[in-house]
Unconditional design. Sequence first.
Length: 115
Amino acid sequence: MGDSRCQAPEWSPIGNYRWRLGLAPREPRYARIEKQLQQAPVIGVPTITIDGADDPFTPAGDGSAYRSKFTGRYEHQTLPVGHNVPQEAPKAFADAVMRVGQLRAALAARLPGHH
């Protein structure tokens, strides 16, 4: 009888979840970045976090649990979707991406030397 385990490529969503659960080895080329992220650095750029209200894996919140990790302009949204926000609410996700661009542009306009 053959091996019934999923043999998904590492770039696939299944490969990503296997790695995050410790079921697959990490990619050596990302080791430096992973080490930096494990230190949970503070993020200073404008940020919008999004939760899916019906996410079966990560309960939705109000963003306060990780608010202290963001020192720049910060907004949080909870959308009436599940786990895969970009696929389940593409317009709302795209609007959030555009909003971050607006926040970044507003910040840049206030910096010295910006015209």
